[in-house]
Design a protein around this ligand. Structure first.
Ligand code: DX5
Ligand code: ZN
Length: 223
């Protein structure tokens, strides 16, 4: 059976207690920690800063899964690679054409990063399938990027299936990640559709029973 990973999205954590929140998710046994970066140009507002990442990075040894929702991904990838990011996922929509996508992927590999490519809910998945042999991860957004706590958009399921199919048919190693509106129902559907990594923010943070929630999601997938 395919293994499922739940990656907590720090966007939903209590920003006054980095250490307490990160300790909590380490105790859950997470492998990936999802860190959301936004800029004015691509999203309309910002989220975490480079300094926030430095604080977070020091507090754990898990995989830093950095999602850059920015208009100029090269510059951000470069900076995050220096700061210790492991995976950096950029948005396909931020690039002007497919040649720029290939160039960015190559450049990011030279920065010693694992590379992820992401699409927003309105972008056709067929536009990115041909890049999957060259990246480590594909991130399907199941909400419009920008805010936590939104409802899952079901068209993500078909996109996950399309990626899973392409990856399996071509024997690729690329992981499939999904982000936005993930809970113990939508997350299980995404896993069944072919996702490997479920990003979850508001489903996990801010709840006393974070451990039960985390386990419920994983158990639901493994049922
Ligand atoms: C949204 C971010 C997500 C967000 C998910 O733009 O990319 O990672 O934190 O939040 P939830 O899980 O609350 O939908
Ligand atoms: Zn994200």
């Amino acid at each position: 059976m395919r293994k499922v990973y739940v990656a907590p999205s720090l966007l939903a954590m209590d920003k006054n207690d980095y250490k307490g929140e990160i300790d909590k998710i380490i105790k859950l046994g997470v492998k990936y920690i999802h860190f959301d970066v936004m800029d004015e140009e691509f999203i309309g507002h910002t989220s975490f800063s480079f300094d926030d990442f430095k604080r977070v990075e020091k507090l754990h040894n898990q995989i830093n899964d950095v999602h850059i929702m920015v208009a100029h991904p090269y510059e951000f990838a470069k900076e995050y690679s220096k700061l210790g990011a492991d995976i950096v996922t950029f948005h396909y929509e931020a690039l002007k054409d497919d040649v720029s996508v290939v160039d960015l992927i190559e450049a990011m590999k030279k920065m010693n990063l694992k590379v992820g490519i992401s699409i927003k809910p309105k972008t056709d998945v067929n536009r990115i399938l041909s890049f999957l042999p060259f990246v480590d991860l594909v991130l399907i957004m199941s909400v419009e990027p920008g805010l936590g706590g939104q409802s899952f958009i079901p068209n993500a399921l078909d996109k996950i299936r399309a990626c899973r199919d392409y990856i399996d048919k071509n024997n690729l190693k690329c992981l499939v990640e999904v982000d936005g509106g993930i809970n113990d129902v939508t997350g299980v559907s995404c896993y069944k559709a072919g996702a490997d990594i479920l990003v979850a923010g508001s489903y996990l943070f801010g709840h006393e029973d974070i451990k039960e929630r985390y386990n419920k999601l994983i158990e639901g997938c493994n049922k």
